[in-house]
Write a protein that binds this ligand. Structure first.
Ligand SMILES: [Zn+2]
Length: 276
């Protein structure tokens, strides 16, 4: 889970980009809710890093919560940030998988307005049961990404700091668009767009098995106090990154280079060891 709980306390709101999951383990948020792992037998790190031939993304959005598309200041597609990180994490496979990841809104699917202020894990699972087009198989992994209006509800209360969640044991991710939109000084600037993509990368990190969330660790770098997160502040799976200096460096990295790979070396080492 990514949240922006610190966002209002700092002047530079891209902080939330690396403020991965403060205070809550996204992987445990819904474990007790619906025992979803039994419903998704192909949601397995073992398959992803060994035999999955194709990774397909189904992207859905409510009106007013459309994903950001278009090009970065460096001229790349924003959705290529997710793609590049997928290619990076599977670079150690002996046979490279293929990817079907939409980059344009026309290749994503609008769903009717849901009129919800709060989304529980159960609500998101139900939404996916209603709208998913196809099921995953042992050779074709599918991930279902929902861009929603309203906020995450952890089962106890609404949490307006949560940007995204990965439902543990499932290939389902929800992005809370109003939280994304609240980042950055300009809604038309690049900041919320990078926030959105880095949230997707972070949540996909959990869905693929990091940190210690299905993919074994080569060395122990798990920030156990914060769940399935990395102790490395330069990794997208870090639980939090505070301070304007590191933030400025992070922004600069996106604006001045074409590399958008966000995984730290520990995550990549685990991916390498898990791959065949
Ligand atoms: Zn997280």
């Amino acid at each position: 889970m990514l949240n922006n709980r610190n966002l209002m306390r700092v002047a530079v709101p891209l902080l939330c980009l690396m403020t991965a999951l403060a205070f809550q383990n996204c992987s445990k948020t819904q474990e007790d809710a619906a025992n979803p792992a039994q419903q998704f037998p192909f949601s397995s790190s073992n398959l992803y890093f060994k035999t999955t031939q194709k990774f397909t993304f189904e992207v859905y959005y409510e009106p007013g919560a459309e994903p950001y598309v278009g090009t970065t200041p460096k001229g790349a597609q924003y959705w290529d940030i997710l793609k590049d990180n997928m290619v990076s994490i599977f670079q150690f496979r002996s046979t490279a998988p293929t990817y079907s990841i939409p980059t344009m809104l026309a290749d994503m699917s609008s769903i009717p307005t849901q009129n919800k202020t709060d989304w529980t894990t159960t609500d998101i699972l139900s939404l996916n049961a209603n709208y998913k087009k196809s099921n995953p198989s042992d050779t074709e992994a599918r991930f279902y990404i929902y861009f929603l209006k309203g906020y995450f509800n952890n089962g106890t209360q609404q949490d307006q700091s949560v940007i995204g969640v990965s439902l543990s044991g499932t290939p389902i991710i929800a992005i809370f668009k109003q939280v994304v939109q609240s980042t950055g000084s300009s809604p038309t600037g690049p900041v919320p767009r990078f926030v959105e993509q880095s949230t997707l990368v972070h949540e996909m990190g959990h869905a693929l098995g990091f940190v210690n969330n299905g993919v074994a660790m080569v060395k122990n770098y798990q920030d156990t106090a914060h769940g399935s997160h990395s102790l490395d502040p330069n990794c997208v799976m870090y639980w939090q990154n505070e301070g304007a200096a590191s933030l400025s460096a992070f922004i600069q990295k996106y604006l001045s280079t074409t590399s958008v790979v966000m995984w730290g070396p520990d995550v990549l080492n685990d991916a390498k060891a898990a791959s065949q």
